[in-house]
Write a protein that binds this ligand. Structure first.
Ligand code: GDP
Length: 297
């Protein structure tokens, strides 16, 4: 396979957690992702996170870094799961306090449990008059989610994405859980990871947002991503700044691929262009064969 040798224990270094926000429509996923962007302490100096690139990393007050996947809905998460890739370490399930547990809340809990990913409950819209989180937390018991105040071990944080309250508590809860999970990766090897999203940009050509999971991706590396390959011409972060390299679990836009790969595709750095051509030719043959053998509608 493409995986290469396993990493030795002593090469494993601490890495930031990868967090996905899920929940029912209109419960505040987008608002919360926007509010969390502003917890970034680097933002003040560098002009803030300006881009929507499918994933972003913040450095919070305590100095810890957190990577958020900014994927609308469950589609990307499902696509990645279907490929057997667990790219998220923590799922934040947002529940609007006035609406309570709804079908997509239950679905989010089921997804996380099936993937064996720990969850944090964010009870949102706490600014609403008569907001009563106890009702929500009691409802969650039916779905096997027992929060700390009910004798369980799931953290529940009261937030208002609108008024930007509870965000520090939420990032602290994430950091605490990340510490328990002992998340590590070897930064000193050829990079691999997952494509979060991609597009064909008029000016820049194919642009893929990737999450580096192992190793360090560098400008100039030869990358195979799904059925596409290319030499990384530029690495761009969520502040629209060029980077020389990206380690675990930094999201980055990569420019230089010959076409846009699909969300959920794996990417891997290979030793040279000949190898990249060989792998992509093989993959494209596989894709064609699959299409040819699929029953027609
Ligand atoms: P999503 O569908 O889960 O992404 O939800 P959105 O972030 O789009 O929010 C849905 C609606 O709820 C919007 O009108 C938001 O302004 C509103 N909303 C989100 N967070 C809060 C909050 O903390 N308090 C209040 N009062 N409204 C909120």
């Amino acid at each position: 396979g493409l995986e290469g040798p396993a990493d030795a224990d002593e090469d494993m270094k601490e890495r930031p957690p990868v967090v996905t926000i899920m929940g029912h429509v209109d419960h505040g996923k987008t608002s919360l992702l926007d509010a969390l962007r502003q917890t970034d302490v680097v933002g003040g100096e560098a002009g803030g996170i300006t881009q929507h690139i499918g994933a972003y990393q913040v450095k919070v007050k305590s100095g810890e870094k957190i990577t958020f996947l900014d994927t609308p809905g469950h589609a990307a998460f499902s696509a990645m799961r279907a490929r057997g890739a667990n790219i998220t370490d923590i799922v934040i399930v947002v529940v609007a306090v006035d609406d309570g547990v709804m079908p997509q809340t239950i679905e989010a809990i089921k997804h996380a449990k099936a993937a064996d990913v720990p969850i944090i409950i964010a009870v949102n819209k706490m600014d609403k008059p008569d907001a009563d989180p106890t009702k929500v937390l009691t409802e969650l018991l039916q779905y096997d989610v027992q929060v700390e105040s009910m004798g369980g071990d799931v953290q529940a944080i009261h937030v208002s994405a609108l008024k930007k309250t509870g965000l520090t508590e939420l990032t602290e809860a994430i950091s605490m859980l990340a510490e328990i999970l002992e998340l590590k990766a070897n930064p000193d090897r050829e990079a691999d990871g997952t494509v979060i999203e991609s597009k064909l940009d008029k000016g820049r050509g194919p642009v893929a947002t990737v999450l580096v999971q192992r190793g360090t991706l560098k400008r100039g590396d030869i990358v195979v991503a799904g059925g596409q390959w290319g030499k990384v011409r530029a690495l761009v972060n969520e502040r629209n700044q060029q980077m020389d390299k990206a380690g675990p679990t930094r999201p980055a836009e990569i420019l230089g691929l010959d076409g846009p790969p699909s969300p959920g595709d794996q990417f891997v750095v290979v030793e040279n262009e000949a190898r990249a051509r060989e792998i992509t030719a093989y993959r494209q043959r596989m894709i064609k064969n699959k299409a040819a053998s699929a029953p027609s509608a």
